[in-house]
Structures are given as structure tokens and as C-alpha cells.
Design a protein around this ligand. Structure first.
Ligand SMILES: NC(=O)c1ccc[n+]([C@@H]2O[C@H](COP(=O)([O-])OP(=O)(O)OC[C@H]3O[C@@H](n4cnc5c(N)ncnc54)[C@H](OP(=O)(O)O)[C@@H]3O)[C@@H](O)[C@H]2O)c1
Length: 311
């Protein structure tokens, strides 16, 4: 059987915010999602019906798991915004992404050519660009500086090695994912609900965002479309400044958002991680447009209304 004859898609990090939604969409599209998790009992509870949970150690895929898959989607990684960037957390954030990617790619290369995955889709992040003021950024822009930029550069380089094994490979530079059930949006909405919301720093920093349904649809496009390779920015076509984002959340929730969090206070609370929230990334989805991808939620108002209205 040729690599892309099968409907099996292997997903790591499938129990996370993006993974659960992706796995449901894959299943609904007739794929057979197989999910690698460090905790299969928990995974069985979180994953939608029809998805199979398979144990792994977060680094090395089980023997044979990749053989004959239509695609491998690698989303696993230690959460970035879960606390200060201590040396230990830095190592966990790096290794959980880079070592696992290296191991997945090595396992692909060890398979007979006919059994290699049809595609390798690996997460990355807009953190790749560092902080760039008002500069317009697309996939061809060089990387920025800082811890997350370095992680993304190394992570994408590991993923790109799969092309040497003849596997179509795509790194998705994902923006802030807007979803009601987790990630950044509930954290941004909570202070607004409590009447304590407001912009971070001067609020002028650009925030690249994407509605979770559009991200999942873009991932399905990459799985299917043989033209999709290299790097694809997974961001909506209209990045907004942090001030606009905060105001839009407040409008949808019908609450005020007048309390500015000064940059020094954000830095005092979060240390170096604050730069990820204060940094500016005006990122555009050039490759997605070239692939003819159509966003269901191209504007912030409809994306926020879909996730927050009535909540
Ligand atoms: N959400 C966003 O806004 C966003 C933006 C840019 C980039 N991304 C990237 O996209 C990927 C998926 O994001 P997400 O928001 O869905 O992540 P998430 O909700 O934090 O889930 C990631 C999954 O990775 C696994 N995991 C966690 N820590 C791990 C570790 N130390 N070693 C190995 N596996 C570990 C967990 O699965 P098990 O416990 O089942 O093993 C977890 O469910 C991540 O790499 C993230 O950096 C996300």
C-alpha cells in the first residue's frame, strides 16, 4: 500500500486545544485519527469518539506508528504560557518540540520509501518573527530574536529534514488561537468580564490571531494539498493591535476595558515571557492566500462573536 492510500492520520498533542478540534474534523472528513498521548486514559476521555489513543513517551513514536499514514501532524509541546521561563521550563519547551520532531523525522527515514507518511505537518509559531514593530511580515521574512524565536527556528529546521526522506513537509507558524475552551482568549476575556480589562503596555503591538476553526481548516488543506510545503503562516488576514483586540473583546462582552496594564507591571509579573505579549508581529497569511485558502472568520469581530457571544 502506498503512503497516501490510507486514511490514517497520526496526531501528537491531540489532547490539546488545537488537537481535539483537529481530530474531530479529521474524523468528520473520513480520516482515521490515531493519537499519540503520554496518558492514554486521560486521552480516551478527552478525544472525540472514533479517535484511537496510543501511548508514547512524548519523544519517540512507537514502532510502526508512522508507517503508511496519510499524514503525521505534530502538535505536542510543553505549554509556553504556563509560568515564568525558568531554565527547567526553557529546556522542557525546547526539548518537547525539537527532540520529538527529530525522533519523528528519524522514524520516517527508517521506513521503506513506500511506507513513509504522505505529509508531515508540524506546528511552529509566530514567535519565529520576534518583535518587529509595524514591519509587515510574511513567510519569507527572516527570523527575529529571543527565546521563542530561537526555538521556532530550530524546530522548523528539524521538521524540514523530513523532506530529505521524500516526505512533503510543512511548518505552520500559528498565531494566537481564538477558541472559547482554552488558550489565550479565556485569559484575555476574564479580566474584561470582571471590569478589570485593558490593553497591555501601550497597546500598539500587533497581534496575529486565527480562529480555531480556520486553523483546523487550514491544517486539513495542508494535509490534502500537494502544493502545501515549506512554511505557512496560520494567521487571519487582518492582524490587529493589542488595543483593538482588547476593545473588540470588551464590545462583544458589553463590558468596559479601560484599565491599562503598564509594560513594567507585565514584565514584573511574567519576566521574559512578558516580551511575547508586549512584542509586535504584523504577520500576514501570504502562502495560505496563494493556496486559495478562504477564511471563515477573516475579521476579528466575527471570530470573537463566534467564541464569546452569549457566554
Ligand atoms: N494555542 C495557540 O494559541 C498556539 C499558538 C502558536 C503555536 N501553538 C503551538 O501549537 C501546538 C499545539 O498547541 P495547543 O494550544 O493545542 O497546545 P496544548 O493545548 O498545550 O496541548 C499540547 C499537547 O502536547 C502534549 N504535551 C504537553 N506537554 C508536553 C511535554 N512536555 N512533552 C510532550 N508532549 C507534551 C499534551 O498531550 P498529552 O498529554 O496527551 O501527551 C498536550 O495536550 C503547540 O506546539 C503550540 O506551541 C499554539
Amino acid at each position: 500500500m502506498g503512503a497516501s492510500d490510507t486514511r490514517r492520520v497520526l496526531v501528537t498533542g491531540a489532547t490539546g486545544l488545537i488537537g481535539v478540534r483537529l481530530v474531530r474534523a479529521l474524523r468528520d472528513e473520513g480520516y482515521a485519527p490515531q493519537c499519540l498521548s503520554r496518558d492514554v486514559a486521560r486521552a480516551a476521555q478527552r478525544l472525540p469518539e472514533g479517535a484511537e489513543a496510543v501511548a508514547w513517551n512524548g519523544r519517540t513514536p512507537p514502532r510502526g506508528a508512522l508507517a503508511g499514514t496519510a499524514a503525521v501532524v505534530h502538535l505536542a509541546g510543553e505549554p509556553v504560557f504556563a509560568g515564568r521561563l525558568t531554565a527547567r521550563r526553557r529546556a522542557a519547551i525546547r526539548d518537547s518540540r525539537i527532540v520529538s520532531t527529530r525522533q519523528l523525522v528519524q522514524s520516517m527515514g527508517e521506513l521503506p520509501a513506500a511506507e513513509r507518511p504522505g505529509a508531515f505537518l508540524c506546528a511552529s509559531a509566530v514567535g519565529y518573527y520576534g518583535s518587529r514593530g509595524d514591519e509587515i511580515l510574511d513567510e519569507a521574512s527572516p527570523p527575529g530574536t529571543g527565546f521563542l524565536a530561537e526555538v521556532c527556528v530550530d524546530w522548523e529546521a528539524e521538521a524540514a529534514r523530513a523532506t530529505a526522506a521524500g516526505v512533503r513537509t510543512c511548518s505552520l507558524r500559528i498565531g494566537i488561537v481564538l477558541a472559547r475552551e482554552g488558550g489565550a482568549l479565556p485569559k484575555m476575556a476574564l479580566p474584561v468580564r470582571l471590569g478589570l480589562g485593558g490593553p497591555l503596555g501601550d497597546g500598539r503591538q500587533w497581534v496575529p490571531w486565527i480562529h480555531v476553526d480556520d486553523l483546523v481548516a487550514l491544517m486539513l488543506t495542508v494535509v490534502r494539498d500537494a502544493r502545501a510545503d515549506g512554511v505557512v503562516n496560520a494567521v487571519a488576514p487582518e492582524p490587529v493591535r493589542n488595543l483593538e483586540l482588547t476593545r473588540a473583546i470588551a464590545r462583544v462582552l458589553r463590558r468596559p476595558a479601560l484599565l491599562r496594564a503598564p509594560a513594567f507591571a507585565v514584565r514584573a509579573a511574567l519576566g521574559e515571557l512578558a516580551e511575547e505579549l508586549l512584542g509586535s508581529r504584523r504577520v500576514l497569511p501570504k502562502r495560505a492566500s496563494e493556496l486559495g485558502f478562504r477564511f471563515r472568520h477573516p475579521t476579528l469581530e466575527t471570530a470573537l462573536a463566534a467564541e464569546l457571544a452569549g457566554s
